[in-house]
Design a protein. Structure first.
Length: 164
């Protein structure tokens, strides 16, 4: 993965920390309320709908299949070395997946309420004991607890670009 400075200077990015899926669900509800009240702002490059659709997509991929190929071995090796830090401390900002148009996938252009519903549904699925049949292209097979943590770190990163 490579870094891009597109959003690293977004001064109002909020550092979030979700200890549970319920914490993330509560944040999604706060975002929807702020949107309904006209207080929601974005400090990144995506709309609120694109942001939540992206987070939802990456949860869904583990159940429905990933749209990208596995990165080269050396990239997977480096990422696996960094996994524990990401799970515990969070994901770095402004990272792009090499060879993927726009650097990532799943930023569907959706209205905020529809994207929030999609994300809440994905989080509910992640909270269930249903096994995810698809391994991460970058990290391979993961224990369910680590998959939850990784998705929470991903949600913290992106939902931090939504301000209210």
């Amino acid at each position: 993965m490579t870094s891009s400075d597109d959003t690293t200077s977004a001064g109002e990015w909020r550092k979030l920390r979700f200890e549970s899926i319920d914490d993330c669900v509560a944040e999604v509800h706060r975002i929807v309320a702020a949107d309904e009240e006209g207080r929601l702002r974005t400090v990144g490059n995506w709309s609120p709908g694109q942001t939540m659709a992206h987070v939802a997509s990456w949860i869904e991929y583990a159940y429905e299949g990933f749209p990208i190929r596995r990165p080269p071995f050396f990239v997977r090796w480096i990422l696996r070395l960094r996994l524990k830090k990401m799970l515990n401390e969070g994901m770095p900002r402004a990272v792009r997946i090499p060879g993927v148009p726009e650097g990532t996938t799943g930023m569907d252009d959706m209205e905020t309420p529809a994207a929030a519903d999609r994300l809440l549904t994905a989080l509910e699925r992640l909270a269930s004991p249903e096994p995810a049949p698809h391994d991460s292209p970058a990290f391979g097979r993961m224990p369910h607890e680590d998959r939850i943590k990784l998705n929470l770190r991903h949600a913290e990163l992106h939902l931090g670009y939504l301000s209210y």
